[in-house]
Ligand binder design. Structure first.
Ligand SMILES: C[S@@+](CC[C@H](N)C(=O)[O-])C[C@H]1O[C@@H](n2cnc3c(N)ncnc32)[C@H](O)[C@@H]1O
Length: 210
């Protein structure tokens, strides 16, 4: 029998709210652990770098980023206050020490100054963005010149169960479309690889701010 995911549950992935959102954000933490772990290793950063995890959700990846930058800082942003409440518990001491910061905001309007971060990681978030060029321009604004943007997403070349990931909520795109939008706003391609994880095929597209 075909699985079907009601629209309200799919919407929770795009913006977790209430008790159900809390449960979904918790589940997501283990569902997406594999590709997040690989993503952290693909960042080319010094140990004093400032890294942004855009759409951090549960914040699990931020704890790993903190290990990669023992003298640096990790900033997490997410539009969901519920997801950030989970991240805040996980990051507890790092928040107190100022090594980690969390902002509840839209990643298309970051509360960060120009050229203030060395690298940006964003995992399974681009599906929820209508116009990728708007997002990439904002990422370009806060990245220092030469800084790395690592986009991690499921490409539409994978077999995606559209009942489970309904179109109005999830926008799956091809690697070519995502790459073209990034290059159009001035990013330079650095590397691209794909691998299969619990969720399916995942693309890691690494770019540099020109
Ligand atoms: C599918 S979850 C992925 C969470 C985490 N990055 C991971 O890989 O497990 C998507 C997250 O992005 C957040 N999100 C979606 N659209 C956003 C936006 N425009 N600005 C900020 N956060 C957003 C959601 O609230 C959610 O926590």
């Amino acid at each position: 029998m075909k699985r079907s995911k009601p629209l309200f549950i799919a919407r929770q992935s795009s913006s977790p709210k209430g008790i159900l959102g809390w449960i979904i954000a918790k589940i997501m933490s283990s569902e997406t652990a594999g590709e997040n772990e690989v993503a952290v290793t693909l960042l080319q950063i010094s140990d004093d770098a400032t890294v942004l995890d855009a759409g951090t959700g549960h914040g699990r990846t931020m704890t790993q980023l903190l290990k990669r930058v023992p003298r640096g800082k990790v900033i997490g942003v997410d539009a969901s206050a519920v997801a950030l409440s989970i991240a805040a518990r996980t990051l507890d001491r790092a928040l107190l020490s100022g090594r980690a910061t969390l902002h509840c905001c839209d990643m298309e309007a970051l509360p960060l100054s120009e050229a203030s971060v060395d690298a940006i990681l964003t995992v399974h978030t681009v599906y929820f963005v209508e116009n990728l060029q708007v997002l990439f321009r904002e990422f370009s604004r806060v990245l220092r010149p030469g800084g790395q943007l690592l986009l991690v997403f499921r490409p539409d070349s994978d077999e995606i169960d559209r009942d489970y990931f309904p179109e109005p909520v999830f926008r799956f795109r091809s690697l070519e479309v995502v790459r073209a939008d990034a290059l159009a706003v001035g990013f330079l391609e650095h590397s691209c690889e794909e691998d299969t994880f619990k969720v399916g095929l995942v693309t890691f597209l690494s770019l540099r701010r020109g």
